[in-house]
Design a protein around this ligand. Sequence first.
Ligand SMILES: [Zn+2]
Length: 134
Amino acid sequence: MSSIDWQRLMQMAKQAYENAYAPYSNFKVGAAAIDDEDNRFCGCNVENASYGLTVCAERNCFAQLIVNGATTAKALVVYTEQEKLTPPCGACRQVIVEFMAPDAQVKAMNHLAQEKTWSVKELLPDAFTPKDLT
Ligand SMILES: [Zn+2]
């Protein structure tokens, strides 16, 4: 596995963060992922007046990955400008499991240069996966 330019990935997540649509929570999030061919994808959270329709940055990022013909990300950054780092929510953890290997890394990063790293299997141990459908 080639090394991952986390700073570049964070910059892309930050750009997505700037475009987040979060007028209700004011909790903006950006995400960026990279695949094995070093293609990068991003997403931001998109809220809705019907709150339940809100989609997180991570899931929008994976939607972009799929739209562009990729199937797997080797790394993901979740970027916020919160003093407390923002981990992926439960729903996003399930989507991360769908498109990332168990040992792939996910980083929460913020504007204060803080970061925390998890493996996918740390985020969602004993995950329900496509293998459970057979
Ligand atoms: Zn989420």
